[in-house]
Design a protein around this ligand. Sequence first.
Ligand code: PGA
Length: 251
Amino acid sequence: MRDKIVAANWKMNKSLPQAIELMQAITFGLKQNPVACKVVIAPPFLYLERVVNETKGLAHAAAQNCCSRNNGAYTGEVSADMIQSVGASYCIVGHSERRKLYAETPDVLEAKLQRCYDHSLTPIFCIGENHAERTENRHFDVVAQQLEYVLFNFGAEEVAKTVIAYEPVWAIGTGLTASPEQAQEMHAFIRKHIADKFGLELADDISILYGGSCNAQNAAGLFAQQDIDGGLIGGAALVADDFLKICNELR
Ligand code: PGA
């Protein structure tokens, strides 16, 4: 049985007092009303250890990124080793904002995945086409390549430890969500592509999350789809009530 997961990606939002307030509201809600899914929270690095300590037993902490290299002279970077050492257990890798704004190439992403596997962090590996690629009907090819150029360079053992997030770039932060049918179609494609390479059993056990303007109103429709195992939530995860509602939609 694959994990059902709702993950919050706070991106570069919230001061420390605001982050604490949000975290407390989420933990309060999770205590009052336990949810049926795994909850993952990815705050900015500065607050990671606090999220680990204050959400223990209720949620898992994730980094939004890690350095592609091991510890050393890399000013301003944070290593997978450090992330693991503060007790976080997940790390987002290859978010489209990192690919686009920080020019993260497949080679870099492969190295980041390796660092995650080396330090027992579960990577949440993000893939997804942009608007032009969808309108030109190239979305399946693009997503297949994103898997092949990066994830498929690893063996079955590593791939089985990975969570995938399908995040169509045109839906991220835009208010445009993929319809449940569009998302399901792509999730089924991703699972089939993994099955063709690594076998049905492995593909069946991999959690594939949807991300891109998923919110308290549309989550139920998306999560009802057979191949959608949860969500990676940006904007709607910054409001505790909305995030808790989304968690409750995953059964
Ligand atoms: P969004 O972001 O929910 O604000 O669209 C999702 C993400 O980027 O992970």
